[in-house]
Design a protein around this ligand. Sequence first.
Ligand code: ZN
Length: 354
Amino acid sequence: MPDPIPFFDGHNDFLLRLLKSASARSETWLGDAGQGHLDLGRMRQSGFAGGLFAIFVPPVPSGPPVDFMAQMANPPYAIPFPPLMEHGTAQPTALAMAGLLHWMERAAPDDFKVCRTVEQMRAAMDQGVIAGVMHMEGAEAIGPDLDALYLFHDMGLRSLGPVWSRPTIFGHGVPMAFPGTPDTGPGLTEKGKDLVRLCDRLGIMIDLSHLNEAGFNDVAAISTAPLVATHSNAHALCPSPRNLTDRQLHMIRERGGMVGFNFATFYLNADGTSAPDIGWETMLRQLDHMIAEVGEDHVGLGSDFDGCIVPRCIGDVTGVPALFRAMADHGYDAALIQKLAQDNWLACLDRVLH
Ligand code: ZN
């Protein structure tokens, strides 16, 4: 196997860190300060060959800023939903983040390319250029007429979660809570159903990761595309509402979809804590379960880098090669590791995008 093994990552929040870094954006993308989980140098060193880059508009606090990480540190917890955000509030930030993805290409044209098709992704990755795919986590930036979706699609949007963990005009996310199930409320609104149909028509993948179970079922009923959760784990081993029940995993398998294995400690630790002292055995137990329930052709990575606390054994993107070595030591053969690293994601995107 090549060293490092090239991999495709189903979810990261690097664009949010880039947005927050304001005038230091060149340093954040191209520098070597080692902040956060991702930057170009460490991605290259680790085999990061491509991935979905999330546009995510953070909640606007009505009072002091909300520290979700601190509130989630000591289960049980149930954090109230942030309020619904109007598209007029969300759009400027979403546009800035879409712009930042394109800026990343301009700043490093030999190393990074915004890709709109799987052919472009494969061509970039074959040439050692990182394939960046635009994803939106929570559709707040799309107004009720849905017209903005055409523009974001033109900008490169190929994957969209109708909700993050807060309500939108399209549906309801699961709360930040532990323990809990994904069965937390009503499904998609009529506008949400229209959004799913338009995504199907345009060839935009629907991301189920933050949707509640009724919304998940609605997407399954309305969309004809494979069912995909870009960054979620198995509820059977970590009962967070953000993780998928075995029933959901079976539906994803039947529909030829994908689950991206999430590195976030909140969704790995059986007790729901953020404690980073997780050994490979906890991560591999999750992977074993997901592979058993959803099938080895339907699991990939969905790191959540720069959006979560990751196990100390991973640390940042430079820990991914060690995860592949742990898989090999655990008995996964080269063909399976290759599927988990990138083949499954590319095959799934091939089935979804058109
Ligand atoms: Zn997320």
